[in-house]
Design a protein around this ligand. Structure first.
Ligand code: ZN
Length: 423
């Protein structure tokens, strides 16, 4: 038997269960999984758990144009420390990613700075060159309501042609589903006011409308937040959905003020409980962070002026693993939503421990929680809404067979690349 380049041995998550075995890796890909594999470089993790690393299908790394808050270097550094080895970046940067040249510029930036593999979303707007963008973008993002950036479409009617073209590409159409026509614009002083301006009907109405307009697209509803939205996303062909840690863990009773001002908004406690129940029942395809950093000074402005969004790419996996530890979620559900399904939905050989998949792995000690502190995190924005909450951080992280994080510290060089290759 020939030696593999790299072997990782531990209690590995393979085909839906934990198994003491070896993962044999060649050229960054998993070659085989077996009880015993010989290797040139062997990493033995004993009884520690080896999981596929996470794919965060929704981040805002603010690069280019808003790099005072984050850039692809710092955002991806945060990702890798949080066990995320692949991110999909949203198009509401400056300039917005709505032209081929903007997409290629962002790809250059990300290729030179990223610690993790990445895909880039193209923003939907009237007149978008869908065919050209589809070759180089991981998917398309549609903003139905005003939020950070200026990508809101005037109406679904105005992008009817573009949506039809996206359907023929078989790419995912990811949607920020809030109905601008139902959004109230009253002055806000609290999370409750923010919710009143963007109530549950605002989300569910948008989901209903975009389902009608989808026209055979692979539709993906981002950051589902309301109880009333749940029946609209269940058992619908060609429709996937995601949930964020913040909509699961916080509601408007939070004392975080502007730090927890997000879009769609945090909702009432019974919404949050309904989301949690749906999470356990497997309603959502993926958990995504919607990592949306803003400088703390901006966040400290008066409520009405403070920007929306919070960082989360580094804390997503730790928070979810902590839910597993506390038996609120099982490991199958967590790995399914953090790794497997995002890989499947976006058609990547990532997110599973199986031959042919990228050797993106995290090693965790499920008995070891850490208290989350902003000072220990890597986002440029320097704050977290999860301060002092427990999380289980990966101790070791591999990206395509390369050791990137060891004992919680970066050891590997930047080698992130576009998951669609250099076409
Ligand atoms: Zn977002």
């Amino acid at each position: 038997m020939t030696n593999m380049e790299v072997v990782v041995e531990g209690n590995c998550y393979v085909s839906g269960r934990m198994e003491r075995c070896c993962i044999g890796i060649e050229n960054g890909r998993i070659q085989k999984v077996a009880k015993l594999i010989e290797g040139e470089k062997v990493f033995r993790f004993g009884t520690k758990i080896v999981l596929p690393a996470a794919i965060d299908a929704h981040v805002h790394f603010r690069d280019p144009g808003l790099t005072q808050n984050e850039d692809f270097g710092t955002g991806s550094l945060a990702a890798i420390h949080g066990g995320v080895t692949c991110v999909f970046d949203m198009p509401n940067t400056k300039p917005p990613t709505t032209t081929l040249s903007a997409l290629r510029d962002k790809k250059k930036i990300a290729s030179s700075k990223s610690m993790v593999d990445f895909g880039l979303f193209a923003g939907v707007r009237p007149g978008l060159d869908v065919e050209a963008m589809a070759k180089e973008a991981i998917g398309f993002k549609l903003y139905m309501a005003s939020t950070t950036g200026e990508l809101m479409v005037p109406s679904l009617e105005s992008v009817k042609k573009e949506i039809a073209a996206i359907a023929t590409t078989r790419k995912v159409l990811a949607v920020h589903a809030e109905d601008e026509s139902l959004r109230r614009k009253e002055i806000e002083e609290s999370l409750e006011d923010h919710l009143r301006n963007r109530n549950n009907e605002c989300e569910s109405s948008a989901i209903r409308k975009v389902k009608v307009a989808a026209n055979g697209c692979k539709l993906h509803i981002c950051h589902v937040s309301g109880k009333a939205s749940l029946p609209l996303i269940q058992g619908v062909p060609n429709l996937t959905s995601e949930i964020t840690p913040h909509h699961l863990l916080f509601d408007i009773s939070s004392k975080l003020g502007t730090l927890a001002k997000v879009n769609p908004p945090l909702r009432k406690r019974d919404d949050r409980h309904a989301l949690f129940q749906a999470l356990k029942e497997g309603v959502f395809d993926m958990i995504a962070s919607d990592h949306a950093p803003h400088a703390i000074d901006e966040k400290k402005e008066d409520f009405d002026y403070a920007p929306t969004g919070m960082p989360g790419v580094e804390t997503m996996v730790p928070l979810m693993l902590n839910l597993v530890k506390e038996r609120h979620l099982d490991i199958t559900g967590a790995v399914g939503m953090l790794s497997e399904r995002p890989g499947e939905v976006y058609g990547l050989a990532k997110g599973k421990i199986a031959p042919g998949y990228d050797a993106d792995l995290i090693v965790v000690d499920m008995t070891h929680s850490t208290i989350i502190k902003a000072d220990n995190l890597h986002s440029k924005c320097g704050w977290t809404a999860y301060q002092d909450m427990p999380g289980i951080f990966p101790q070791t992280v591999f990206l395509r067979g390369q050791l990137m994080v060891e004992n919680g510290s970066q050891v590997g060089e930047r080698m992130g690349r576009d998951v669609l290759g250099s076409r």
